[in-house]
Design a protein around this ligand. Structure first.
Ligand code: HPA
Ligand code: ZN
Length: 326
């Protein structure tokens, strides 16, 4: 069974991490004070008590509310820098984090403010901590495709600071097909494409993400277990899944970690990877996600090493960079 020292020492990437989901209650209070905002919670403990989720939407409601403390360039820097320090402690060598610009631009925060803060921290992370990164801009799928287009247009001056687009927020009722045109436009701009699919949504959403959005990875994707044919396809085509074990149990996709199918998917030859999703809300960063698999599924050192190697293979770095990390 893999132990913590072994898991920490493995070179790992993180490919499914929402920066806004790494906002710890302590920093939330600090930013609220700095910006003169009154939070609807008394203290850090009260916030943590509110993190008692029943499904994806019950989480998203609180997640968007908490993001309101992020106002200045320095706030976005501090958020990103705190995450980078965790990565450094945990043996994470490369990251492809998500951010949700609409959560901020819809509150009157400029795209430039958000991107300047995040990209300055990522540059410092590379320089000071040796962590490489590629930022991914996510569209909120509960909003319209027109709104996604407007967001992509606002981001065009900053094409040099992000590498791809993603799709997140409320999955059920918002199928991938809704964003076909904006994903095609992103591809035209030379951007990578990923999408959340098959977290709570059906096989048809995984299919739509692959065939209509032309994504290169599926975020979550665990509901592929509903279909033999889909599992076979994902394995045959080598489509990576960015799986988030602690997220899945906290949002009740599975009632207990012992039910999680990640090691079965690995055994079937799918390129599954381990990720934290929203670590400040789900009770653990990347290492804790690996550790949970060791604790509850008996993950071996060999399986852990394969998952970490998959995370390098599934990233958008060059073949030469992959060879250096593997
Ligand atoms: N699913 C969908 N949207 C999200 C998530 C997630 O796990 N985390 C942050 N936004
Ligand atoms: Zn996610």
């Amino acid at each position: 069974r893999a132990d913590e020292a072994f898991l920490r020492a493995l070179p790992k990437t993180e490919l499914h991490l929402h920066l806004e989901g790494s906002l710890e209650p302590e920093l939330m209070f600090e930013l609220a004070a700095r910006n003169g905002i009154q939070l609807p919670y008394q203290d850090v403990d009260q916030i943590r008590q509110a993190y008692n989720f029943t499904n994806l939407q019950s989480f998203l409601d609180i997640y968007y509310q908490c993001a309101d403390v992020l106002r200045t360039e320095q706030d976005f820097y501090d958020l990103t820098w705190a995450y980078l320090q965790r990565c450094h402690e945990e043996g994470v060598v490369h990251i492809e984090p998500f951010f949700d610009p609409q959560t901020h631009t819809d509150r009157g925060i400029a795209m430039q403010t958000v991107l300047d803060g995040i990209s300055r921290a990522l540059a410092d992370g590379h320089e000071q901590l040796g962590i490489s990164s590629g930022l991914i801009l996510c569209f909120l799928r509960h909003l319209s495709e027109e709104a996604a287009f407007a967001t992509l247009e606002q981001a065009i001056p900053y094409l040099h600071v992000f590498i791809g687009v993603g799709l997140d927020s409320s999955e059920l009722g918002n199928p991938p097909e809704k964003f076909a045109k904006v994903f095609a436009a992103a591809a035209e701009l030379g951007l990578h494409r990923v999408a959340h699919a098959g977290e709570e949504g059906p096989i048809a959403y995984i299919e739509g993400a692959l065939d209509v959005l032309n994504v290169e990875r599926i975020d979550h994707g665990v509901r592929c277990t509903d279909s033999e044919a889909m599992m076979t396809r994902l394995a045959a085509e080598g489509i990576p899944l960015t799986v988030c074990p602690l997220s899945n149990t906290r949002l009740k996709v599975y009632q207990h970690m012992s039910e999680h199918p990640i090691l079965e998917l690995l055994q079937r030859g799918l390129c599954v990877t381990v990720n934290a999703d929203d670590p400040a809300f789900f009770g653990g960063y990347l290492l804790a996600n690996y550790q949970a698999l060791a604790d509850h599924l008996g993950m071996t050192r060999g399986q852990a090493a394969q998952l970490a190697a998959n995370s390098i293979q599934a990233s958008f770095i060059t073949v030469e960079q992959k060879t250096l990390l593997l």
